[in-house]
Design a protein around this ligand. Sequence first.
Ligand SMILES: [Zn+2]
Length: 116
Amino acid sequence: MATTTVKPRKASYKNILLKKREELLASIRSEPDALSIMQTPDEVEFAVKTAEQDLSAVTADMRSRTLREIDGALARVSRGSYGVCEGCGEDISPARLKAIPWARYCVVCQELRSRN
Ligand SMILES: [Zn+2]
């Protein structure tokens, strides 16, 4: 008797993670060097540029954080624990993994963690 339920292949998630990792690294490399931004004596212009730099610092931080999450997910793929919630040990839903391939927790555990 053939089974109709097909488990998502872990290998495809690995490819998604590797691709996402490549994209992140490429965007980090293409980031304009903050020091190369021309300084102007105009105070308004300066304020705008400062705000822009703050923003790019935030996204750079987000990128490196996401990069670490992806590396962690790739490590779990090789350990065979990928797609398993670190909180409750249940399988993380394929829909969630599709949205966040490096998710470490199921929706319930993530919700609990973000509340604390
Ligand atoms: Zn969980």
